[in-house]
Design a protein around this ligand. Structure first.
Ligand SMILES: [Zn+2]
Length: 113
């Protein structure tokens, strides 16, 4: 048995994802993306890898594009919702109508109708 085998053995599984050797030694290039909020994110890619058209902004979650002048539009679901919006989403239409009726009934009662 050669002396180097024991040392080689300890290297197996050294990187938790098995990426440490691959990622650090390979030449990388950075590509800039901009989101609609003006954040710049610069992920790095392997030289021979094709960079994606879009990249998720790690700061606000919006899609970021390579064109700083015209970043991609934010997705339709807004990041900030009112409590009412969440309630509406969770409940069925029938539930919503029942709640509305109840609220109207209370209002009418308060106004003495
Ligand atoms: Zn952003």
């Amino acid at each position: 048995m050669a002396g180097g085998n024991a040392i080689r053995g300890t290297r197996v599984g050294a990187g938790p994802m098995g990426e440490s050797e691959r990622g650090e030694s390979a030449p990388r290039r950075r590509v800039s993306y901009w989101c609609a909020n003006g954040h710049e994110v610069r992920p790095s890619f392997a030289l021979d890898a094709e960079e994606p058209e879009m990249w998720d902004c790690p700061r606000c979650g919006l899609p970021a594009g390579k064109d700083q002048e015209s970043p991609p539009d934010p997705p339709r679901n807004e990041p900030y919702k009112t409590h009412l919006a969440y309630v509406k989403e969770r409940r069925s239409d029938a539930d919503g109508e029942a709640i509305l009726e109840e609220a109207l009934a209370k209002l009418r009662a308060q106004r003495g109708e």
